[in-house]
Structures are given as structure tokens and as C-alpha cells.
Design a binder for this molecule. Structure first.
Ligand SMILES: NC(=O)C1=CN([C@@H]2O[C@H](COP(=O)(O)OP(=O)(O)OC[C@H]3O[C@@H](n4cnc5c(N)ncnc54)[C@H](OP(=O)(O)O)[C@@H]3O)[C@@H](O)[C@H]2O)C=CC1
Ligand SMILES: C[C@H]1O[C@H](OP(=O)(O)OP(=O)(O)OC[C@H]2O[C@@H](n3cnc4c(=O)[nH]c(N)nc43)[C@H](O)[C@@H]2O)[C@@H](O)[C@@H](O)C1=O
Length: 313
């Protein structure tokens, strides 16, 4: 792949976007294009079309979206379906119209049916009802996959769709309200430790299971597949193993060094009982995750401690 290709990373300040910029720079890509939301609101079709007309990137990595944990998805369904449909539609359409030669769309493991057989194969898409708490976001993502496939079929547009599992790492959203479980628990245990609290409340029953991929692994997989993969079939991107929320909480309690108790709040939603990805297609394409969860947790906790000023909300 030409290391001087003009690559636009949409959403470059987010968890995934910032990891993609780091990864591209590490791999010697010299022309990475970015725009903040203030510079380019991706829900504004005319602004997006003008941006592509004037900047003409050759490659687009789409890491821009309205993203949040189970509570945010449950409370803001209109924003999750509207913003994600608008952002992806504008990016895919303007990229095609302006001659972009490679487009990478990011879905999520939540696109699969709530009670599908585990581990989740890519073929299970649309074979059953979705998890209610994030059906809005999931449907938007499924529409994005179908738009990429339709543009490949009708226009020969080289768009690929990758389905990451739950992600974590430096640059994550550590807000207590709309973040995902791993960063939320890091912050909860840290604040409990500092305050000398007796316990930390974990939402739900602790029984759901989740798979966690470090965002630097994800970025490496995205760049690898950007360079090597071109087909309409979606590709799961994960580690191929999971753990219960209780086990995760115990791991984070140990990483942070909190000595109090866990209290589970079953009034909060558990969400999907399990969403472990089948990663055999990914492995067959020649990529495997490398960062172990324990090591990734320690590194993420270190980042959290040295970036307290950046904790969103
Ligand atoms: N985090 C996870 O566990 C997972 C994430 N994914 C997918 O990965 C991608 C990135 O997610 P993640 O990095 O976690 O999300 P973040 O919320 O960390 O980053 C999203 C980025 O999109 C930008 N953005 C949102 N709305 C707009 C807009 N209207 N105009 C311009 N920019 C906008 C945000 O800008 P600003 O900084 O200004 O808010 C932010 O930089 C998404 O497609 C998500 O669905 C998939 C599976 C799991
Ligand atoms: C990436 C993925 O992320 C989301 O799906 P999710 O994985 O269910 O999200 P989550 O990380 O918020 O929760 C995972 C589990 O953890 C439990 N949990 C305990 N304590 C806290 C807690 O303090 N905060 C949060 N957020 N969850 C907690 C929580 O009750 C649930 O059982 C969607 O965006 C979905 O669309 C998607 O794509």
C-alpha cells in the first residue's frame, strides 16, 4: 500500500480514531487527514460533500459515530439511530462520489441477534431479534453494512465492513453515565479507593459475558485489512475469548488496588447475555489479537491516571 496515500480518519479524537492515527504514523503513513467535529460536522451532508470535493482523500477509515454504553443507548435512542445513519450515509456517499478507492466501515458485535448461538459467526446477522437496549444503534450499523455492500455491487466501490467486539484502551470515555463497562469500572474503583469507600456498585447481575479487544490491536487489524482485504463479506474483529462482568470487576478491582466489596445492582439492565465473536474468518485472513487483557487493563489504568483532565464529563 502506498505510504503516501491521503488517508482521512473520521472521528480521529475518539478511542478508535486516535488509535488509528497512532497506528498509521507508526506504520509510516505520511499523509493522514483529520477534521474535528467543530471543523466538519458529519451530520451536515453539504459540508461533508464539500470536504471530499476539496480534499479528495484516497482512503477513508470511518471511526466517527455516536457511541456509548448500555445506559446511553437505552436513554437516547433517537440520537443513536439518527446521528449514526446520517454520519455513515454522508461519509459512504461522498467518499464514493469523490473517487475514494478504499473505505473501511466499522460496525459492532451488537449487530447480532440477542440470543444467537455463540460464538457469533458473521452469517448469523439478521437471523433473530436484536438486544432491545441497543437496537437503535445496531440497526444503524446494519444499514451501514448494507450500504457498503450495495455500493460495492452496483458501483464497484471498494468498501469493507469490520465488526469489532467491545473495545477499551487509552483515549476511552471514562464518564460514569454514558461510557462502557470497562472504563466506567476503572473510574468507579479509582474514586472508591481515593474516597476510602466500602464498596463499588456494578450494574446488573454480573452474569453477562463480554469480550474485550485493546484498541491498539483493533487499529492494527483495521490497517492490516485496509491493506489486504477487499470483499463484501463482513469480518468479525475480536480476541475469541470472554469473561463475566463479575470476573472483569474483580480483575479491575485488583488492577486499581481497591480492597472493598462489589455490590451488584440488578435494577440496571444486563443487556445481551453474551456476544463472543467467532474470529476464524479474521484468523484465516492472517491477523490475530496480541494484547492480553490483564496487560491492557494495567496500561489503560495508567493512561487514566495521567489523563484525569481528559475524562469526558
Ligand atoms: N468503543 C467500543 O467498544 C466499540 C466501538 N465500535 C465502533 O468504533 C467506532 C469508533 O468508536 P469509539 O472510538 O469508541 O467512539 P468515540 O465516541 O470515542 O469516538 C467517536 C468519534 O466520532 C466523532 N463524532 C461523533 N459525532 C460526530 C459528528 N456529528 N461530526 C463529526 N465527528 C463526530 C466524535 O467526535 P467528538 O470527539 O467531537 O465527540 C469522536 O471523535 C464507531 O463506529 C463505533 O461504533 C465498535 C465496537 C465497539
Ligand atoms: C460495544 C457495545 O457496547 C454496548 O453494549 P454493552 O457491551 O452491553 O455495553 P456496556 O459496556 O455498557 O455494558 C456491558 C455490561 O456491563 C454491565 N455494567 C456493570 N457496571 C457497569 C457500569 O458501571 N457501566 C456500564 N456501562 N456497564 C456496566 C452492564 O450492565 C452490561 O451488562 C452498546 O453500545 C453496544 O451497542 C455495543 O456496541
Amino acid at each position: 500500500m502506498n505510504k503516501h496515500a491521503r488517508i482521512y480518519v473520521a472521528g480521529h479524537r475518539g478511542l478508535v480514531g486516535s488509535a488509528l492515527v497512532r497506528c498509521l504514523q507508526r506504520q509510516g503513513y505520511t499523509r493522514v487527514l483529520t477534521r474535528t467535529r467543530e471543523e466538519l460536522d458529519l451530520t451536515d451532508q453539504l459540508a461533508v460533500a464539500r470536504f471530499f470535493e476539496s480534499e479528495r482523500p484516497e482512503i477513508v477509515l470511518d471511526a466517527a459515530a455516536k457511541v456509548g454504553g448500555i445506559r446511553a443507548n437505552n436513554i437516547y435512542p433517537a440520537e443513536f439511530i439518527r446521528d449514526n445513519l446520517l454520519i455513515q450515509t454522508h461519509l459512504i456517499d461522498s467518499a464514493y462520489l469523490s473517487g475514494v478507492r478504499k473505505f473501511v466501515f466499522l460496525g459492532s458485535s451488537c449487530i447480532y441477534p440477542k440470543l444467537a448461538q455463540q460464538p457469533l459467526k458473521e452469517d448469523y446477522l439478521l437471523t433473530g431479534p436484536l438486544e432491545p437496549t441497543n437496537q437503535w444503534y445496531a440497526l444503524a450499523k446494519i444499514a451501514g453494512i448494507k450500504q457498503c455492500q450495495a455500493y460495492r455491487r452496483q458501483y464497484g466501490f471498494d468498501a469493507i465492513s469490520l465488526m469489532p467486539t467491545n473495545l477499551y484502551g487509552p483515549g476511552d470515555n471514562f464518564s460514569l453515565e454514558n461510557s462502557h463497562v470497562l472504563p466506567a469500572l476503572i473510574r468507579k474503583f479509582y474514586e472508591a479507593k481515593v474516597a476510602g469507600a466500602e464498596s463499588v456498585t456494578v450494574w446488573g447481575t454480573g452474569t453477562p459475558r463480554r469480550e474485550f479487544l485493546h484498541v491498539d490491536d483493533l487499529a492494527d487489524a483495521v490497517v492490516f485489512l485496509m491493506e489486504t482485504y477487499s470483499d463484501e463479506e463482513i469480518v468479525n474483529v475480536g480476541v475469541g475469548e470472554d469473561l463475566s462482568i463479575r470476573e472483569l470487576a474483580e480483575l479491575i478491582r485488583e488492577t486499581v488496588g481497591f480492597e472493598g466489596d462489589l455490590v451488584f445492582d440488578p435494577r440496571q439492565p444486563d443487556g445481551t447475555p453474551r456476544k463472543l465473536l467467532d474470529v476464524s474468518r479474521l484468523h484465516g485472513l492472517g491477523w490475530r489479537a496480541r494484547i492480553p487483557l490483564k496487560q491492557g487493563l494495567e496500561e489503560t489504568y495508567g493512561w487514566f491516571l495521567s489523563h484525569m483532565d481528559k475524562v469526558r464529563e
